[in-house]
Design a protein around this ligand. Structure first.
Ligand code: CA
Length: 226
């Protein structure tokens, strides 16, 4: 189960990631509001832990925007005691629960579990583009039924391309998704796409992972060409 933590206090965010990973969750981090909104929109998460006071875009606006777009991912808001937004306002924007800082880690984990139970969050979907499938929860990739072993970064790149279903995805978006903590370096993406092609395309005589000149990449169902 994947959780998105949107928190600009990097130490706190990393502590949360370490703790929640030990609880068996997969955790992605966003350190500013715009990145957090963008990542939450992918719909890849069973739950979002959202700080309210964030650079770029505050949590109050992120929450309201997600609900306006019909995104129903459960959101647990972290509020500072003397924060600009109080708990009532957080719930008004569509958050499902809140926790005031400083909070007990044990309480946080208990609240997260309760939220997931209440929301009855279904298992994340299996994404499919042609005969390539990605089991997001199990982190399993298959081509024509054959299991293909991917590194976590490769899986993240392929997952975002699969979610966009044939649409071009920029190198910047792929970087944000797969290397949220890294500075912009297109070489990271290019190298990962090359290794992905060697795994999911070449052995199967396929060309599904295509370069879109001037933009980035897309993942298509290329079976009809055969
Ligand atoms: Ca903050």
């Amino acid at each position: 189960m994947r959780i998105l933590v949107v928190e600009d206090e990097v130490d706190l965010a990393r502590t949360l990631r370490t703790g929640l990973t030990a609880e068996g969750y997969s955790v992605d981090l966003a350190h500013d509001g715009r990145q957090g909104l963008w990542m939450a929109r992918t719909g890849a998460y069973a739950l979002v832990v959202l700080d309210l006071m964030l650079p770029g875009l505050n949590g109050y606006k992120i929450c309201a925007q997600l609900r306006r777009e019909g995104n129903a991912t459960p959101i647990l808001v972290l509020t500072a005691k003397d924060g600009e937004w109080d708990q009532a306002e957080a719930l008004d924007t569509g958050a499902d629960d809140y926790l005031a800082k400083p909070f007990s880690y044990t309480v946080l984990v208990a609240r997260l579990r309760a939220l997931v139970r209440r929301s009855g969050t279904a298992a994340p979907p299996v994404l499919a583009v042609g005969d390539l499938s990605l089991d997001v929860a199990g982190r399993v990739c298959r081509r024509a039924g054959v299991r293909v072993d991917l590194t976590p970064r490769e899986f993240a790149v392929l997952e975002l391309l699969a979610r966009r279903d044939g649409q071009a995805v920029s190198k910047g978006d792929l970087l944000y998704h797969a290397w949220p903590d890294e500075a912009y370096d297109p070489n990271l993406v290019e190298a990962r796409v090359s290794s992905l092609r060697r795994k999911v395309d070449t052995p199967f005589g396929r060309q599904s992972l295509q370069t879109v000149r001037g933009t980035g990449y897309r993942l298509v169902d290329d079976r009809e060409r055969e």
